[in-house]
Design a binder for this molecule. Structure first.
Ligand code: THU
Length: 127
C-alpha cells in the first residue's frame, strides 16, 4: 500500500468544489510509472453535471498521457465508497486494481475493482 497515494487522496479533499452537497471528496491514482495523480469532486449548479473525485483523477491522468494504473485511493470524512458510475469507469480504465477507501483518519479498507463491480460490463462485451 502506497502512503503517498493515500496522503494525496486525503489532501485533494481540500480542493473539492462542493458548494451544494458540502461533501468533500478527494481521490488519487497511481500510474504504472509510479506517478500519483489527484482529483476532487467538482459540482455544478445543474447537479447532474457534477464530476466525482475518482473520475476527475482518472480523466486528469489520461489527459496527462497516462494509460495504465496500479491503484486508486478515495478519501472522504466518513469513508464513503465509490459510486456506481465511478466503479464502471474504474473498471474500464484500470481493470482489476486495489481501491483504498479512506476516511479523515486514513485507510478504512481495501477492495478490488472486481469486488466493487462484480460481473462488470466492459469492452469485451462489445460486438
Ligand atoms: N462523490 C464523489 O466525488 N465520489 C463518489 O464516488 C461519490 C460521490 C461526490 C459527488 C458529489 O459532489 C458529492 O460527492 C455528493 O454526492
Amino acid at each position: 500500500m502506497n502512503r503517498t497515494l493515500i496522503e494525496t487522496s486525503n489532501d485533494m479533499r481540500k480542493r473539492s468544489h462542493a458548494p451544494y452537497s458540502n461533501y468533500k471528496v478527494g481521490a488519487a491514482v497511481e500510474t504504472e510509472s509510479g506517478e500519483i495523480v489527484g482529483g476532487c469532486n467538482v459540482e455544478s449548479s445543474s447537479y447532474g453535471l457534477t464530476c466525482c473525485a475518482e473520475r476527475t483523477a482518472l480523466f486528469r491522468a489520461i489527459a496527462e498521457g497516462h494509460t495504465s494504473f496500479k491503484a486508486l485511493a478515495v478519501s472522504t470524512e466518513n469513508g464513503g465508497s465509490p459510486c456506481g458510475a465511478c466503479r464502471q469507469v474504474i473498471w474500464d480504465l484500470c481493470k482489476d486494481i486495489p481501491i483504498h477507501i479512506c476516511d479523515k483518519n486514513g485507510l478504512v479498507k481495501t477492495l478490488s475493482s472486481s469486488e466493487l463491480l462484480p460481473e462488470a460490463f466492459d469492452d469485451s462485451h462489445l460486438l
